[in-house]
Design a protein around this ligand. Structure first.
Ligand code: MN
Length: 201
């Protein structure tokens, strides 16, 4: 049972003007597509692992056979990270957070704007390629960042949401201006979906 690329939950131009159609098509079709293809290729060497979910593979990364461990780390990470990323964005989204996540952001960071500032700092400060994350620590939320396609699931952490700060996520429209991309990204954040993930985490 091979892993497959999930369709985008909205048309590729739905996040315009904040994230452009061409970026979405390449990012989803080519980059995410390649993580799925490469994950399946790695698992072909250990067919007993094919039935395990990407989340399960990442949580148990240390027990994945050494000859495919790096490939699984990069490609199961890439698959899982991007599947989350498409879901927590959407058209007609953005604005201030709502519901339980709003309360948790305020109590953990002192306010939504204070949170945005710290999150942008983590996302801008990630050298090279990676992600910035909001992690659910039970009673509080925390901001973290990882390199490459590393997933917080590898350390058994609970992801609420994250932003992709690889250049492929923004370079066509924003070139080297990562802070501008991060700033624009708040306009496409789907708080309804994030609340769902938060409440089931
Ligand atoms: Mn990406």
């Amino acid at each position: 049972m091979a892993h497959s690329l999930p369709p985008l939950p909205y048309p590729s131009d739905a996040l315009e003007p904040f994230i452009d159609r061409q970026t979405m098509e390449i990012h989803h079709g080519k980059h995410h597509g390649a993580y799925v293809t490469n994950l399946n290729a790695a698992l072909d060497k250990h067919p007993d692992l094919r039935s395990r979910s990407v989340e399960d593979l990442l949580r148990g990364i240390d027990s994945v056979p050494e000859d495919i461990r790096t490939a699984v780390r990069n490609n199961a990470g890439g698959h899982s990270n991007h599947t989350m990323f498409w879901q927590i964005m959407g058209p007609n989204a953005g604005g201030p957070p709502t519901g339980a996540i709003s309360d948790a952001l305020v109590s953990s960071f002192g306010g939504f704007e204070a949170f945005q500032e710290q999150f942008a700092k983590a996302a801008t400060g990630r050298f090279g390629s990676g992600w910035a994350w909001v992690i659910d620590r039970g009673r509080t939320l925390a901001i973290e960042s990882t390199a490459n396609q590393d997933s917080p699931l590898m350390e058994d952490k609970t992801i609420v949401f994250g932003i992709d700060v690889w250049e492929h996520a923004y370079y066509l429209k924003y070139q080297n201006r990562r802070p501008e991309y991060i700033n624009a990204w708040w306009n496409v954040v789907n708080w309804a979906e994030i609340n769902k993930r938060f409440q089931s985490s």
